[in-house]
Ligand binder design. Structure first.
Ligand SMILES: [Zn+2]
Length: 217
């Protein structure tokens, strides 16, 4: 079991290597991330045009079921993204520059990790859905989430959680199609469309019919 203070401790250790000061970077553990291990989110400040870090999130199931190696590799992976943004002022995805930073900081210079064992442990523990069959876990790119998009998504989630059918439909739509800074999760998206259809949302009913027709063919 790893905690926020373990992430913080590794960030402090990496600060000593890189010369950055990440004391004020928001770090969180996410229970919503079941397809990814970690993410470093950033946005462009509209006035200064500088890229700013929004936060770094590490998946809850990784903290609960990951080995020290899996956990630290992910923390360093996200720190490397953060370094490229803060020190170099660029989001460079997983290109040559990032790979160099990752190696320097002791992370595997790869976009994806094959953590079959971790998935198996997390599934058995009920931390991630049974349907996450894929063995490949993405360590997400440093994606940009505009402030407004993040707020719109929060509102959609709130409505969906309250059982409002329009909210359920919109959450399903955004999970299927992506957008608003959301990492697409189509299977989860369809469960929301189905729920919205049951609650009588006309667009959701239409989507379900189209889906069924597509399968019937
Ligand atoms: Zn990455």
């Amino acid at each position: 079991m790893f905690t926020l203070s373990d992430i913080r401790a590794e960030f402090d250790r990496l600060d000593a290597i890189s010369g950055l000061n990440t004391k004020n970077v928001k770090i969180r553990i996410s229970t919503r991330m079941t397809q990814t291990l970690g993410v470093c989110r950033s946005r462009t400040n509209r006035e200064t045009k500088h890229i700013e870090i929004v936060d770094v999130a590490i998946a809850d199931y990784l903290c609960r079921y990951g080995t020290a190696e899996e956990f630290l590799d992910t923390v360093r992976h996200e720190y490397a993204h953060l370094y490229n943004i803060v020190h170099d002022g660029v989001r460079c995805g997983h290109d040559a520059r990032w790979k160099q930073t990752a190696r320097w900081l002791g992370a595997t210079p790869a976009r994806v990790a094959n953590y079959h064992d971790l998935l198996e442990r997390a599934r058995r523990g009920g931390a991630i859905p049974e349907k996450n069959k894929g063995g490949q876990l993405k360590k997400k790119d440093a994606i940009q989430v505009p402030r407004e998009s993040a707020e719109v998504f929060r509102q959609i989630c709130r409505l969906a959680a309250q059982g409002v059918s329009v909210g359920e439909f919109l959450l399903g739509k955004v999970l299927i199609e992506g957008g608003l800074g959301v990492i697409p999760a189509p299977e989860e998206g369809w469960t929301w469309i189905e729920r919205a259809a049951r609650h009588g949302e006309p667009r959701a009913i239409e989507w379900m019919q189209r889906k069924e027709n597509a399968y019937a063919k």
